[in-house]
Design a binder for this molecule. Structure first.
Ligand SMILES: [Zn+2]
Length: 197
């Protein structure tokens, strides 16, 4: 499972503090009831595109000795399963949807336009759920539709604080979980229905 790294700062600052496994070691497992600290369990590598960074970063992983499951600490500028950072996607959505720039003008230089279309499609599909979830963070603003309301709420609460709240608090993905991981980012597991009372 992925949880958010309790770290705020740039990609560069994130990379500089990554060497010390004790600094942000989770005190207990988020997946089982074991109360002992997790053991460091290496890293996985993922790519990230941010305004001043385009490359690979390491993501620290811990292992729970009780349930043998791993927990990785994703930095909060990154979204699970998406290569571009929260900020890059936010700047694009604002430029395209609030400032009505063309797709080409809204995208970061040399990005394929399919990437922008993908973000737009996912954001539009997610907008109503975002408005509902973000109402716990910020006041819903009057807007002609859910897309504009969600953008306004994200702008007022801040994109990264909103992502932190959505992901850590209610297990929602800013652009919606991929179908295989919906509704909460976990691989679908069949849970037997409770017996009728
Ligand atoms: Zn565990």
């Amino acid at each position: 499972m992925q949880i958010l790294h309790p770290f705020t700062g740039s990609v560069q600052q994130y990379l500089e503090q990554l060497a010390d496994p004790d600094q942000h070691r989770p005190a207990h497992c988020p997946q089982c009831q074991a109360k002992q600290p997790l053991t460091a369990h290496g890293f996985y590598t993922r790519t990230i595109i941010d305004s001043a960074f385009d490359g690979s970063i390491r993501v620290r992983r811990y292992l729970c000795q009780a349930c043998r499951r791993t927990v990785s600490l994703l930095p909060q500028f990154a979204l699970p399963y998406l290569r571009s950072s929260v900020t890059v996607i936010a700047l694009f959505l604002i430029a395209r949807l609030l400032q009505a720039k063309t797709l080409a003008a809204a995208l970061p230089p040399s990005s394929p336009y399919q990437r922008g279309q993908f973000w737009l499609r996912r954001f539009r599909a997610q907008a109503e759920a975002l408005c509902a979830a973000l109402a716990a963070l910020t006041k819903p603003a009057p807007a002609p539709d859910f897309v504009h309301r969600a953008l306004t709420m994200l702008e007022s609460a801040g994109w990264i604080p909103s992502h932190r709240f959505l992901f850590a608090g209610v297990r929602e993905h800013l652009l919606g979980w991929p179908r295989s991981l919906a509704p909460d980012g976990h691989r679908a597991a069949l849970v037997p229905a409770p017996a009728p009372a």
